[in-house]
Design a protein around this ligand. Structure first.
Ligand code: AMP
Length: 307
């Protein structure tokens, strides 16, 4: 049992109210892989990098059970680069630079050894490439989860609408849900977005948790109240890695199990924000994850006598 993770492997430059870093490894698929590898192996990665992407990072990913056969390395070209600056509330950020570099010519090829995988995580990437990946799967995966962002809603809406009809679970944040649906109410937004194709919708609300919508059902999971949030970059992708990693490990795609998967995703994301880049995800152990999951259980556990 394994999962495919598709997305960017990148360099980021990040500025938060607490610090600034000019070059650190990031990318949607990098975060998904680091998070999911705590739950399931192998992770079959699909991405593209330039020859500037650090070999040590590749070796680290490999040592954690990330299969890199589907990662293309382009000689003489640069990896995707993204730069962002967070506002004081850390929930909102401005994208300063998006340099596609190698991503501009990305034409992913799914290795034969990746076929028959039942869980497909389409991390944030051009929607047209997400479509090409789905079309190359000889057998439709049991579950296709897609993450995207405002950048693609603004620059590739038609392709995004096409891919929404091909997937099971869409993950976006609250401002993206409002933008995509043209609705302020997240309940109305969810209805409109579910009508666009996905069977399940997860709306991430940063430090205010996440909502899962499916038909007329709604589930809410809080984010862990943390004393310090150092760098939220990658929290969404880490959430995605935890979410699909749990589903793939348990092979259960019921709404009930998705509730647990959201808690696992939230727990993984709560680690991600504690340090710059994916650093914290590399340090944590199974015991750390279990302790944090227990904190989540305590956070939302209460008795009530019905009146
Ligand atoms: P998140 O904070 O979870 O939204 O993800 C941040 C990561 O997404 C960073 O490491 C970036 O390298 C990557 N990223 C930023 N913009 C894009 C984009 N337009 N497409 C794909 N990946 C991106």
């Amino acid at each position: 049992m394994s999962l495919i993770a598709v997305g960017t492997m990148a360099f980021d430059a990040i500025e938060t109210p607490f610090g600034k870093i000019d070059k650190i490894v990031g990318g949607s698929a990098t975060y998904v892989a680091y998070a999911a590898s705590h739950l399931i192996k192998p992770i079959k990665q699909i991405s593209i990098v330039g020859d500037d992407f650090p070999e040590e990072e590749m070796a680290d990913l490999k040592s954690r059970g990330v299969d890199l056969e589907g990662v293309e390395i382009v000689k003489g070209k640069k990896s995707f680069f993204w730069s962002g600056k967070y506002h004081l509330d850390m929930n909102t950020r401005d994208t300063l630079i998006t340099d596609l570099n190698v991503l501009a010519d990305f034409n992913p090829k799914i290795p034969d050894s990746y076929q028959d995988v039942e869980f497909l995580m389409l991390g944030n990437l051009m929607p047209e490439i997400q479509i090409r990946v789905i079309n190359q799967m000889k057998k439709r995966p049991k579950l296709i989860v897609l993450d995207t962002m405002n950048f693609w809603m603004e620059s590739a809406l038609d392709d995004l609408k096409k891919v929404l009809q091909m997937i099971d679970v869409l993950m976006i944040n609250d401002s993206e849900a409002r933008f995509l649906s043209n609705e302020f109410s997240l309940v109305k937004a969810a209805k409109k977005i579910l009508d666009m194709g996905p069977k399940y919708l997860i709306i991430k609300k940063g430090e205010h948790g996440a909502l899962l919508f499916h038909g007329n059902h709604v589930f809410f999971a809080p984010a862990l109240p943390l004393e310090e949030v150092f760098d939220p970059t990658g929290a969404g992708d880490t959430f995605a890695g935890g979410f699909i990693g749990h589903l793939a490990r348990t092979k259960d795609i019921s709404f009930e199990n998705m509730k647990t998967a959201i808690i696992v995703g939230s727990a993984m994301a709560s680690f991600c924000v504690e340090k710059f880049g994916p650093q914290r995800l590399k340090e944590i152990t199974k015991a750390d994850i279990d302790t944090r999951l227990e904190e989540f259980v305590q956070l939302v556990n209460f008795d009530i006598d019905l009146v």
